[in-house]
Design a protein around this ligand. Structure first.
Ligand code: GDP
Ligand code: MG
Length: 468
């Protein structure tokens, strides 16, 4: 068999986190993880593919079931050390159709086909003799191997595990699949490269490509967030109306459609970010983007966005929208007029749509005078920060999330999340772009790029500091 990329078989006792480790290292949330031992009965391959190129491939395997019997069989054929791999192969050949040894055969096959061994143990459980048959069988295969100690619970038997594992594996590392950061992931790959002379070059090449890919994930994420901000701030919802005056129902309708559209933009952007980070099977718990009934001075509503009252006032102040006591509802205050800006403030402070007359609209080739009701573009200066706060929180959560986690992702941010990334100089820099986005004017690609770079810096800083 000729394989151009490194392959690894993740093996060990049942229920020690093998599948979790495969999931994390392969960036794959479809790996079956279960607290019922013996869930996996067939080996399954999980390649990490980037732009059609496989960086490396992991085999998730069933746990050992009858290690002692297998070892006894091998030892009956006692041979010199150089012949031991042949005996293991003979075991596979002879027992291929024997269901008793299904699990051992499934896990040994990829190894005998050239996969490196990653032996997984749970360092929160005491070491015991029962692991020795497993480790001895792995030694018989003659394949390069390393041991990973996963700490599933709080108890810690790492020292005794290290003493035992060190006798069987030339490399022993602690690795937690639930919490591993990207640098830890890379560092593990670097250790793996050292296991076998021939692997150094291909594994290092995989690491290089993986780093490039990881950078691209950040770029794509910030592109998505930038697009979200631009689209949302510039959006104008337009509704043709039947008569001279808009009815209350029409006003409500355009407003509802406007809000629905902004929510859709956010959903689409979040979904895109989840795709970028290979988290397409997520269950989310998240407060929807709310617009109405929000009093800036109520602690409760401000906390929905993690913005404090001071934050909101400051944001407003920077944008020049706060005039004396004139802080209105989040989306209130500045009513939005387009075109010739005729009409009056509709519905008091909570209204934010304007009424505009467009006379020269072609319908089916005929010139018709027609009236439209419009909502947008967003004039509220706080809104972009609310949106950005939510988008950054989501992106940080997703980018940091291990692929081994199967729980719902809870997107409830604390009040202080903004403090982790926002300061006055940044606000000033951002405001320039928000103003441009709100204007509805065409935005040059360079400007979008600049905005992306601001966001990327913020996002990376949040992730480097491991804030969530
Ligand atoms: N808290 C915690 N749970 C873990 C960790 N690793 C695995 N688990 C859980 O342990 C159970 C078995 O994990 P799995 O990866 O399916 O083990 P496998 O049988 O060896 O493939 C699952 O419920 C996992 O969620 C860990 O590092 N921390
Ligand atoms: Mg498993």
């Amino acid at each position: 068999m000729t394989v151009s990329h490194p392959t690894f078989a993740v093996v060990g006792h049942p229920n020690k986190g093998k599948s979790s480790i495969v999931s994390t290292l392969a960036f794959d949330d479809t790996v079956q993880i279960s607290d019922t031992p013996g869930t996996t009965t067939k080996k399954r391959s999980f390649p990490l593919t980037v732009d059609g190129k496989v960086l490396y491939e992991l085999f998730d395997t069933p746990g050992f079931q009858r290690a002692r019997s297998v070892l006894a069989w091998l030892q009956k054929h006692e041979v010199t050390a150089d012949k031991r791999p042949e005996v293991v192969q003979a075991f596979i050949n002879e027992h291929r159709d024997n269901p008793r040894f299904n699990d051992e055969i499934e896990l040994l096959e990829p190894i005998m086909n050239g996969a490196g061994i990653i032996y997984v143990v749970d360092g929160s459980k005491p070491y015991g003799e029962e692991y020795e048959a497993e480790m001895e069988i792995l030694r018989w295969t003659g394949q390069p191997s390393m041991a990973l100690i996963n700490l599933i619970d709080d108890t810690n038997y790492v020292e005794e595990w290290k003493r035992a594992l060190g006798q069987y594996f030339k490399m022993v590392r602690l690795f937690n699949p639930m919490k591993a950061t990207f640098p830890q992931h890379l560092s593990l790959l670097e250790s793996i490269a050292q296991l076998k002379e021939e692997w150094i070059a291909p594994v290092n090449e995989s690491i290089r490509l993986f780093k490039v890919y990881h950078e691209q994930m950040f770029e794509r994420t910030t592109q998505s967030i930038t697009r979200l901000l631009h689209q949302s701030l510039a959006h104008v919802e337009r509704l043709p109306i039947r008569s001279e005056e808009a009815t209350e129902a029409e006003k409500t309708l355009v407003l509802e459609r406007y809000k629905a559209k902004l929510r859709t933009y956010e959903e689409v952007s979040q979904h895109r970010v989840e795709q970028i980070w290979h988290h397409e099977n997520l269950e989310k718990a998240q407060q929807a983007l709310l617009f109405d009934g929000m009093d800036l001075f109520s602690k409760e509503s401000a906390s929905l966005f993690g913005l404090s009252r001071k934050e909101l006032l400051l944001t407003g102040a920077t944008g020049g929208a706060v005039t004396g006591a004139g802080v209105d509802l989040l989306l209130g205050g500045s009513t939005l007029f387009l075109g010739s800006a005729i009409g009056a403030v509709v519905g008091g402070t909570s209204a934010f749509f304007g009424f505009s007359e467009l006379s020269d609209v072609k319908v089916l080739g005929q010139k018709l005078g027609k009236k439209y009701l419009e909502a947008g573009p967003m004039k509220n200066v706080n809104f972009p920060y609310i949106l950005l706060n939510r988008a950054l929180f989501h992106a940080v959560k997703i980018a940091q999330r291990s692929h081994a986690i199967r729980d719902k992702v809870v997107l409830e941010m604390g009040r202080d999340f903004t403090d982790l990334w926002m300061d006055d100089p940044l606000r000033k820099s951002l405001e320039k772009y928000h103003k441009l986005f709100r204007s509805g004017d065409e935005v040059k690609p360079e400007m979008l790029k600049e905005y992306e770079q601001l966001i990327e810096t913020v996002l990376k800083r949040l992730i480097d500091r491991n804030v969530l």
